[in-house]
Design a protein around this ligand. Sequence first.
Ligand code: NAD
Length: 252
Amino acid sequence: MDDPIETLAYLVAQSRSMIAFTGAGISTPSGIPDFRSPHCGLWEGVDPLEVASIYGFRQNPEAFYGWVSPLARVILNAKPNPAHEALARLEQMGILKALITQNIDMLHGRAGNKTVHELHGHMREATCVSCFTVYAGEAIIERFLEDRVLPRCPKCGGVLKPNVILFGEQLPYRELQAAQEAARRTDLMLIVGSSLEVAPASDLPLIALRAGAKLIIVNYETTFVDPKAACVVHGNCAEVLPAVLERLEKTV
Ligand code: NAD
């Protein structure tokens, strides 16, 4: 099969337990910059370990909020794009059994996916770093974007941290367990928009491979598992995934 869309559609149609694993690249067509593509600006002029680590946050939460503000503003206004919508449709069709994401932007849920494991957290909640009370996160971030006052816990005055996983923090245990289990059980993992450079999330394709699954990859750039994949498409996921879905809907 020479047509990569046809190959992808064939592999998806053959699968009985397909899962998807997504990264920041699936959300760039929604206007949310990824971290590693050149000129996105998010990491330019900052030391990630200073602003986006839990140690940095504890020492200088203002610097974290200042750095994350432009990203948070875009995320709160973003809408799912055709790649998110295709994955939601695949779940509705009973083909996609689970979705693991490294994204914090909540767009898979907004697109309609129900079984979503958010490995790196999300912005729906924020937690007090002193007393651990959990609050609704989006309103807290929106308020900060308006008044630029560091969000504090109404109960104890501790700083509120959005429930996103920073460098140096453990991944949420249940989400990681569920993702690893899904990777062990799947026969096909569709990887979309991830450089696969962030561990331990980047181990998931290896877990799937070791358990006998096939990998298919839709990403602009190469990744370290490309040589082991059944099919790799270097294209825009917001074009590739709807095209695969269209091909599948004609045949299923
Ligand atoms: P990454 O930035 O390391 O890699 C993104 C990959 O997607 C790149 O290889 C790029 O070539 C590719 N890409 C970009 N746009 C694409 C498109 N339209 N179609 C196909 N490929 C495309 O992202 P990562 O691997 O997810 O790791 C970054 C970390 O940063 C993650 O932990 C994630 O939590 C976080 N992050 C999240 C968001 C978000 O929630 N949307 C945004 C930025 C960063």
